[in-house]
Design a protein around this ligand. Structure first.
Ligand code: GLY
Ligand code: MN
Ligand code: MN
Length: 321
């Protein structure tokens, strides 16, 4: 491959494209000069898509996804570190009583770096009380109620690799009875679903999603929920997980219907978000809980990357003893 001045990119690429049997490309529409050149909207003669008009163009995304979906040992090493360091940051945040979402957010992001991560992998969700029911809550500017739970979805990045963690814990350090009943119901199912992330379970993320939903149904019925109609769609409105790695939602477009194989990394993140709706038991209304771990699929075991973020009720409560 010839090197040269970016200003001459069309002249440099033109003979390469003319001589290629296939060109793998992805369109993008952002504003840098470099990106503008590659924008699908730019069809000027000397733009990338202009140059491609006679070429056999194939989408590059599936090719990249096939390369990215299996993590090498070196990649898993970085993901283990991202998980371990971020997990420690979470546990440190849980040791203290917080009064504002913004203080807790700032502390956690500081802790990601202090523990050795390069920084946050994405904008954290720090959602106290009912704010947890807004799945993509990122305002992180409310006060925290002493009797509420706080849900945090955040993760650090290490050497280009990220981790994705959600923990939900009581601001006071001690779960109320309804908070504990709902938390333990979700945790039981989350643990079971995490354990299915091994190649010999022969399951896809979509199948694990369906099993998780079934598990949640059973648990919720046991603690008094009426699940007729669209109750489960309201209470558990998202997929159980996604691939994770270089991006938080890694390998975009890679199907979740394929059986999980060793070397793939995924999240398992069941959540229940109870709206203020009188068809659900009064003592659960307004509670939102999600528990999320990042997991590396192995032949006969699920390697959980985020165990340093404690999640058992006794372990969370013991942090304030
Ligand atoms: N942090 C985004 C997600 O859990 O999918
Ligand atoms: Mn996730
Ligand atoms: Mn997450």
């Amino acid at each position: 491959m010839q090197s040269g001045d970016i200003k001459n990119i069309s002249k440099l690429l033109s003979p390469l494209i003319a001589g290629a049997s296939q060109v793998y490309a992805e369109s993008s529409n952002t504003k840098s000069t470099f990106r503008k050149f590659f924008s699908a909207k730019n069809t000027a003669e000397d733009s990338f898509f202009g140059l491609l008009k006679d070429a056999n163009v194939r989408p590059i995304r599936p090719v990249l996804n096939n390369l990215r979906i299996f993590k090498s040992e070196a990649e898993v090493k970085n993901m283990r570190l991202a998980g371990k360091l971020s997990g420690r940051a979470y546990t440190n945040a849980m040791r203290q009583q917080w009064t504002k979402e913004k203080d807790l957010c700032a502390y956690l992001e500081y802790q990601f770096k202090a523990q050795g991560c390069d920084g946050s992998a994405y904008v954290p969700v720090v959602a106290g009380g009912i704010n947890a029911n807004s799945i993509h809550y990122v305002r992180n500017d409310d006060v925290l109620g002493e009797n509420d739970l706080v849900l945090i979805d955040a993760g650090g990045e290490y050497g280009g690799y990220i981790t994705d963690i959600t923990r939900t814990w009581p601001i006071s350090g001690k779960f109320s009875s309804p908070q504990k009943d709902l938390y333990e119901a979700i945790l039981k199912v989350q643990r079971a679903s995490v354990a299915l992330c091994r190649e010999d379970a022969n399951l896809s993320l979509d199948q694990i999603h369906r099993l998780t939903e079934q598990g949640l149904r059973e648990q919720l019925k046991e603690i008094g929920f009426d699940l007729r109609g669209n109750a489960m769609e309201v209470l558990f409105p998202h997929h159980v997980g996604h691939y994770v790695g270089l991006d938080v939602h890694d390998c975009p477009g890679f199907p979740r219907s394929g059986v999980l194989m060793a070397g793939q990394c995924v999240t398992i993140e069941p959540g229940i978000y109870v709206p203020d709706d009188d068809r659900f038991p009064a003592h659960f209304r307004g509670i939102g809980i999600r528990i999320e771990d990042s997991v590396c699929v192995q032949k006969d075991t699920a390697l959980v990357l985020t165990t340093e973020a404690v999640k058992e009720v006794v372990d969370i409560e013991a942090l304030r003893d």
